[in-house]
Design a protein around this ligand. Structure first.
Ligand SMILES: [Fe+2]
Ligand SMILES: [Fe+2]
Length: 269
């Protein structure tokens, strides 16, 4: 079974500065054989403020004519109040996502594997859906199948026990809850987005893969986090022996920085 992971397309009606990169990625995707596409969030540039960006992303998914599962990012449904007070995850943003794109957490069984998508934006928020997702996740982990988990924010940067990493990861408390649940299951892969960086490392029996973005990379406004600040995608090949993940660079993408235009995009949100 082959799954292609793409991430952080950041579709925008008002600010299409990176649309050529998404177009190049889409052309590449069209020519690729895969059983499933998984998008690890930030489908929209500013969907938490402007639903038309989410609608544009949803239209792009339909236009690809490929089976695609998506988890939401901070720019789709908002973020933790401590990170983004003006764009908190709330009922209306979650409803907007679910109505426009689909479920924000999901599980499918394919090729002998269980694939689980999580809404990392709920984690640490105290929203009632956070607890519901954890209960659902515990049930979803109750399987003899090997498991791959997909979510937007990575659980950690370098180590599961590390302290808070601010904007860049799930906060320590929900991370501990997740890791305690995951310790009882056969988790082989945790694949995330959000950082616009590709990185691949192992902890225990689990591969952690940061999916690169399809839109832009972050320059000086992102501290050194390891990995490679390159646009691209990841091919995950699953077998009964495990999963093999490789970085791919679609022809025609250009590593544009967010900094020159970031103030125009997120000025009011
Ligand atoms: Fe992003
Ligand atoms: Fe993000």
């Amino acid at each position: 079974m082959r799954i292609i992971q793409i991430s952080d397309t950041h579709h925008s009606v008002a600010h299409p500065y990176f649309s050529e990169n998404v177009a190049a990625t889409t052309r590449w995707l069209t020519g690729m054989e895969a059983d499933l596409i998984i998008h690890t969030g930030d489908l929209a540039m500013d969907g938490a403020a402007d639903p038309s960006d989410l609608a544009l992303g949803a239209q792009w998914i339909r236009d690809t004519s490929r089976e695609m599962l998506v988890v939401p990012g901070n720019h789709d449904v908002g973020d933790h109040v401590a990170i983004k007070p003006t764009q908190q995850v709330d009922d209306s943003r979650l409803e907007q996502w679910r109505a426009t794109v689909g479920p924000d957490f999901w599980s499918v069984d394919r090729g002998g594997w269980r694939l689980i998508g999580l809404d990392s934006m709920l984690m640490g928020t105290g929203h009632k859906e956070e607890g519901r997702q954890f209960e659902w996740f515990a049930d979803a982990l109750d399987t003899t199948r090997p498991i791959a988990v997909f979510l937007h924010k990575p659980l950690f940067i370098d180590h599961p026990e590390e302290g808070p990493r601010g904007y860049w990861t799930v906060t320590p408390e929900p991370r501990r809850t997740l890791l305690a649940l995951m310790a009882k299951a056969d988790i082989r892969l945790v694949a995330s987005g959000h950082l616009h960086i590709h990185r691949h490392y192992q902890h225990g029996e689990t591969d952690f893969v940061w999916g690169p973005a399809s839109s832009f990379v972050v320059g000086e406004s992102q501290e050194e986090l390891g990995g490679d600040r390159l646009l691209g995608a990841v091919i995950h090949d699953f077998s009964d022996k495990g999963v093999s993940s490789s970085f791919v660079r679609p022809e025609g993408v250009e590593d544009l920085l967010i900094e020159p235009v970031g103030h125009l995009i997120y000025a009011e949100s």
